[in-house]
Design a binder for this molecule. Structure first.
Ligand code: SF4
Length: 256
């Protein structure tokens, strides 16, 4: 169950936690941020701001499934993932990181793969990047528990390198089944690696942002934004992330 935070004071507090407010004071260019805050706080303004929503194509037919994954629920799928040795990443993991959140969430967050802390705890988006993701969600009026969070690969790539194509290929059936089961109205791909693999694209993140996308396998609309870890290193781009989140809010409002 998602929960909207319509109180502008509360939303402003979360935007400050996200770090957006600071530029609004310093940088005239971020008038673009200041305006959306007040707009977003007004109920009913979001749906009318949607200019185009992708028309989902027919989902790609599911591949042959001799493993029976297509018949599993989330609990069964998590147990299969916990024992998975299908790619080289299994050798270096402490824990698999399956995914967390509301199993019927309207919004799914998809990241790249576990980092060191996620590998230790077995949960996606913990630590500083996780706290910023939580603040981003709260700025949209959503609790972390109200969304579903998963990654492209479920085991940590060593030294935080990008997952290799064969590792993504081995793991993609799990994410696909998670999307089929949760059936989110919108997926937010955070970071280049997540976006490229989810969309089968080689475009830069900058080119993928601000456009409508669809996850071909399930027909789910996808919005692309920055990874919270990148935003921690490059806080000047947080206002762009807030633009992306506003797009997500509009789509959620429309999908209501
Ligand atoms: S990354 Fe995915 S495919 Fe590879 S071992 Fe882990 S769960 Fe299996």
């Amino acid at each position: 169950m998602t929960r909207r935070v319509d109180d502008p004071t509360l939303r402003q507090a979360y935007l400050e936690a996200m770090g957006v407010q600071a530029w609004a004071r310093r940088d005239a260019a971020v008038e673009r941020v200041a305006a959306p805050v007040s707009e977003a706080a007004g109920a009913g303004s979001l749906a009318s701001d949607v200019t185009s929503v992708p028309t989902p194509p027919s989902p790609t037919p599911a591949p042959m499934d001799p493993s029976g994954i297509g018949a599993l629920d989330l609990g069964g799928l998590a147990r299969v993932v916990a024992d998975c040795q299908a790619c080289a990443l299994a050798a270096g993991r402490t824990h698999t990181v399956f995914g967390v959140g509301d199993p019927s969430a309207r919004l799914m967050i998809v990241g790249e793969g576990p980092g060191a802390e996620e590998d230790r705890q077995g949960e996606p988006f913990v630590g500083r990047a996780g706290r910023l993701l939580n603040a981003m969600l709260r700025a949209m009026g959503l609790d972390r528990e109200a969304v579903y969070i998963a990654n492209i690969v479920k085991c940590r790539p060593p030294n935080n390198r990008d997952p290799r194509p064969e590792e993504v290929a081995a793991c993609s059936r799990f994410l696909r089944r998670q999307i089929e089961l949760v059936r989110p109205g919108i997926i937010v791909a955070v970071g280049r690696v997540a976006a490229q693999n989810l969309l089968g694209s080689t475009e830069t993140l900058g080119r993928m942002r601000g456009r409508e996308h669809v996850h071909a396998a399930t027909g789910t609309p996808v919005v692309v934004t920055y990874h919270p870890a990148y935003l921690l290193r490059t806080p000047a781009d947080k206002w762009k992330a807030w633009e992306d989140l506003r797009r997500v809010m509009r789509l959620l409002e429309r999908d209501r």
